[in-house]
Every structure is written in C-alpha cells, then in structure tokens.
Design a protein around this ligand. Structure first.
Ligand code: GDP
Ligand code: MG
Length: 593
C-alpha cells in the first residue's frame, strides 16, 4: 500500500489531458507511443478530442531507489458524464489539475476541481502547453493561486508536446499524493468506477479496493444491484489486461465474471464477498438517469427491427442509453431514447450512422417533466404526445440546473441577456482575475437542450466555457406547441415549451420550416398552434422543381452528379401526408435564430 499512488487528471476539454497522460505512459515505459493518443481508443473520441469513457492504467516508476506503482485513472471531460467523473475521483487520493497556459481556468476546471476537493484529493496544479508562443504561464499561475490558495512553487510548468515537466510531475505524484489507506483485514469493499463491454469477455468492471483482499475465484456480490458472481479473472490494467491471483487494499484492478451486459454493472457500486460481506456500501452511489429524451425513427420503415438490434448493441456497452418503442403518425414506428445530455445524444446518433449504417430521424429533444394530477399522482412525461389533457393537470414541474459560465468581462452583457432570455436567474458573479469572470445561474434544463450552446459560443466568439449540474424541480407553465402542414398536425414536430416562449417559438418554427422544406408542386401551409388556436402561419409557394436547369451547356457528367446528389437528398426526406419533409426540418427547432 505504501508504494501505491492512485491519481486522476482533471482539466477542461482540450487543455491537454490525454496528451500529457501519453507522455507519462511513455516516460515510465508503460507504452511506446507511435503517434496518436493512447488513452482515447474510440475513433469518435479522437475526432472530437473528448475522452468519452474513462480508463485506468498502471505505471511503474522508480524514485529515489524505490519502486512505485502509479495508477492513472482517466476521467471523461464532459458535463454529461459528470457522475462517472465523480466515481473516478472517489477512487483516487490525488489529482493533477491541468490548466492550458493559453486559455486559463475554465468552467470545467473549476467544477472538476470542486469535486476533487470534496473528496479530499491532493491537488497538483500544472500549467500545460508552456511551449506555445501565446502561453501566459505567470497569469495562469496567478489564477491557480487565487483558486487554490497554493504557493507559486507548487505549480508545475509542463508541455505535453515537448515533454517539459513530465518527470517533475511523476516525482510530485510520489512525494505529494498520499498512499491509499484502508484495512486489509476488513471485509472486502471495492468501488466500481467504470466498466467496459468486450465482445469476447463480456463486461469488464474497473474497481479500487478500499478495504480487504480479493482473490481470483472468490464468490462476490455487487452490493447495490444484489447480483452475485464468481470472480473468474481479476488483474491489473497495463496496456492489456494482466491477470493476478490476488489484489489488496489500495489496488486498482479489473474483474471479469461472466457479466453479459453493461446494465448489470452500475458505476459507483461496491463489490464485496458473499460469505463475509461488508456491512454497508461505499457512499456516493447513484442510479444515473437519462435527462434528455428524443424519438429516433428509421427513415425507411422496414429498418425498424435493424434499428432495435443496433440500439440493443449500443446499450450493451453504454448502460446510460435507454429506449422503448413508440410510434408517431408522421414517422411510423421508432424508439423513444433517453440520453444523459446533448453530447451523449449526438454520440449515439453518430454511432448509429457510422457503426450500424442506420439512417435515422431524430426528433426534437425534451427533458422529463413531472406532471401532478388532481388525484395527487405524479407521472414523468418526456414526450409531447404523452401530455395529459390540460384539464386533468394540477401542476407541472420542470428540472432546473445550476450553471456556471466563465468568460471575458466584455461578454457579460450579451451572456446575461441570453441567460435571462432562457428564463435563467442570476445567482452570483465571481471575478477570477483581471478581466475574467464566473457567472452562476439557475436555469431550466429544457432551455439548454434547445440551441443554447451554439448561441453561447457565437455571442462569446468561443471565449466562454459552460458547465452545469442538476439542481431541483420547479413549478412550470408548460404548453404543447403543435405544427400543422396543410392542416395536418405533425406529431414529430410538436414540442413542450414554456408558455412565455410559445408564440415566439411558433413563429420562428414556421419561418424555419419554410426555409427547410423544398417547394413542391402545390402550396404548403405551415401553421403553429396551441390547442385549437393558430398562433403563426407561413406558406411555401408551389414550383416545378428542375434542378438540372441550373446547368449551363450540356455537361452531362455534371448533370448526372447533380441528379445523384438529389437522389441521395431524397433518402433523407420523409413523406408527411402529401408533403416531403427533409430530415433536418425535424430538428429545426434546435437551430432557431
Ligand atoms: P484533452 O481534451 O484535455 O484530452 O486534450 P488533448 O490532449 O486531446 O489536447 C488537445 C489539443 O491540444 C490537441 O490538439 C493536442 O495536440 C494539443 N496539445 C496538448 N498538449 C499540448 C502542449 O503541451 N503543447 C501544445 N502546443 N499543444 C498541446
Ligand atoms: Mg482527451
């Protein structure tokens, strides 16, 4: 135990966490890096530069003549996965706090730091990307000193690019991070902080032993789910899985025990022995609940079963994805899917497209509302079609979040306007250093899922970082806004929205749909309605569509290309009554401006 160090890296997205982790692995000869990053192994992650799933890896390092085992636990960097981050942090005794020397402290730097401080982690501050011309290490150090109340000498200057500071970081981990403490004689308590699905081996759960000893072949129980297994294989995480006979208090390792789906393993659960169980679970366990819901429909109705099996496969390795069949008059048969947040939704959409070649239409996302009826009962509704008759409803509550935005003082005005326009309430402002400020709001989550990120980005020219966590449910005045095409209500275009937003939203949706739906051989009336009341209207005038007319001369290959393009475009169209609606129209509400 004395020579073990368990630590994680916390950082805002793109501040260089993965790159620096690679340098640590290289320096300790855990891996020979041959270009690219080692810790992110999903293609999608690489492209997006976001570590989606946490991983853990064991390094060995000799320091002052003694051998140490360093377990690096990687954490996902996005708010959607903050529960997973909290469990990874709970498995560690220390954290490297990385701040980009060109960007300074950002929203996730702070939210992750608070989490680490809550768990009493030893924080090692690092200013990264010091190799860059635009680096301002002094200023960023000032920010860190303000934030942590540490000494300048405790901050390490580093570069994941040149390798500056890497050895010093390893020494600091050994010198400053406390070794794990626990009771080897006590009943087994191991904290599950992550799990991955492997086609051949089933689910591999990652854990840290808080107390006790686990041996291969032991009969174990997962405390919160109550499921029992045999520990078929246990071991430590090198570049591959390295089996071991026994793991002791303080060790980080993996267990394979014939678990078939990710749903069976809950991050945050406690592993204990069946014959000598611990008396209570490790605290902090939560069931993760989807926060954002959307309909996912195959473009071609005959793909419904394929879509189901694709979603089942995705769920095998992503337990936070939920789905259940639903049907729409406009879109036919599909699924209501639940996601942790917007990024999670985008990831699933992209994986359906890339890994399963599924052409799908995703409807406007909704959050989950609590509807109280007059008998005192409560149902959670996250689908416009699921709203009961207004006369049956006693009151409605919607989820609120605590949001934190860090930006340049020059953007305070427009950001305030944006947030207040989204029904946000200002909580407080903290000045971080000279010209930067943290603004805290309480806001309805439902306002974030619709075009918030894009707007924040554009008004702040990219210089605002955003982070949030769930807060509470609050009373809300919700209405169902319907869209009619040629007099027919299109259920897939309905949304639930606050009454104050409804008129504006109805008008803008009609305008947007007018842009997005191509002219057809007849006039198309687009209307927005609340109940029987029409609140907005636009008309698309008829036209004979002949795209090839644009081609001058007789360039036949160009003509053919255009026709092919048009055919491909067709695939993404959906026939609603007699109107052809392009796929992007269903997401129109997300891009209102
Ligand atoms: P993460 O999102 O925190 O994991 O960040 P990454 O490690 O993926 O790095 C984000 C981007 O910054 C990538 O394009 C890296 O190549 C680049 N980067 C990371 N560390 C450094 C550094 O020390 N110096 C420079 N110049 N670029 C870096
Ligand atoms: Mg990364």
């Amino acid at each position: 135990m004395k020579n073990i160090r368990n630590f994680c890296i916390i950082a805002h997205i793109d501040h260089g966490k993965s790159t620096l982790a690679d340098r640590l692995l290289e320096f300790t000869k855990t891996v020979q890096v041959t270009g690219g990053q080692m810790l992110d192994n999903m293609d999608l992650e690489k492209e997006r530069g976001i570590t989606i799933k946490s991983h853990a890896i064991q390094m060995e390092h000799e320091y002052k003549g003694e051998k140490y085992v360093l377990n690096l636990i990687d954490t996902p960097g996005h708010v959607d996965f903050s529960y997973e981050v909290s469990r990874s942090i709970a498995a560690c005794e220390g954290a490297l706090l990385i701040v980009d020397a060109t960007q300074g402290v950002q929203a996730q730097t702070i939210s992750n730091l608070y989490m680490a401080i809550d768990h009493d982690l030893e924080i090692i501050p690092i200013v990264n990307k010091c190799d860059m011309d635009s680096a301002m290490p002094e200023e960023v150090e000032d920010e860190i000193i303000d934030l942590l109340g540490c000494e300048r000498s405790e901050i390490i200057r580093a570069s994941g690019k040149t390798g500056l500071g890497v050895e010093e970081i390893l020494s600091a981990v050994i010198e400053r991070v406390p070794h794990p403490v626990g009771d080897e004689e006590a009943p087994l308590q191991a904290l599950i902080f992550d799990s991955v699905y492997n086609t051949f081996r089933g689910v591999i759960a990652y854990f840290k032993i808080v107390n006790g000893v686990l041996r291969s072949g032991d009969e174990v129980k997962f405390f919160n789910t109550g499921k029992e297994y045999e520990a078929d294989e246990i071991g430590v995480l090198k570049m591959d899985l390295s089996p071991r006979k026994e793991l002791r208090t303080g060790d980080v390792g993996y267990i394979i025990s014939g678990i078939k789906t990710s749903k069976e393993v809950k991050v945050g659960d406690t592993i204990t022995h069946i014959d000598r169980p611990c008396s209570k679970a490790i605290s902090g366990f939560e069931e993760v609940k989807p926060m954002v819901f959307a309909g996912v429909y195959p473009i071609d109705a005959s793909d419904f079963e394929d879509l189901r099996s694709s979603l089942e496969k995705l769920q095998l390795n992503d337990a936070s994805l939920t789905f259940q069949p639903e049907s729409s008059l406009a879109l036919g048969f599909g699924f209501r899917c639940g996601f942790l947040g917007l990024l999670h939704m985008e990831i699933i959409q992209e994986r359906l497209d890339r890994e399963f070649d599924m052409d799908v239409i995703t409807t406007v996302p909704n959050v989950s509302y609590r509807i109280y009826d007059k008998q005192g009962g409560m149902t959670e509704v996250h689908n416009p079609g699921g709203m009961p008759e207004p006369t049956l409803i006693e009151r409605i509550e919607e989820p609120f979040i605590s949001a934190s935005i860090i930006t340049d003082t020059s953007f305070i005005g427009p950001i305030m306007t944006l947030c207040l326009g989204k029904r946000g309430e200002l909580e407080k402002q903290n000045y971080i250093s000279g010209n930067r400020v943290e603004i805290q709001f309480k806001m309805p989550l439902g306002e974030i899922v619709i075009d918030f990120y894009d707007k924040l980005k554009s008004i702040s020219k990219g210089y605002a970082s955003f982070d949030y966590h769930q807060d509470s449910y609050r009373p809300s005045k919700l209405v169902k806004l319907d869209i009619l095409l040629n007099g027919e209500s299109v259920d897939a275009l309905s949304t639930l929205t606050h009454v104050d937003n409804a008129y504006d939203m109805g008008r803008r949706m009609c305008e947007k749909l007018k842009e997005l739906i191509p002219r057809q051989q007849f006039d198309i009336a687009i209307q927005a309605a609340i109940g029987a009341k029409i609140i907005a209207r636009e008309t698309i005038k008829a036209v004979r569509k002949d795209v090839t007319a644009k081609c001058y001369g007789g360039d036949i290959s160009r003509k053919r290309k255009l026709l092919e393009k048009q055919k491909k475009g067709k695939k993404r169209m959906k026939q609603i009554g007699n109107v052809e609606v392009p796929q992007k129209a269903f997401l129109a509400v997300l891009k209102l401006d």
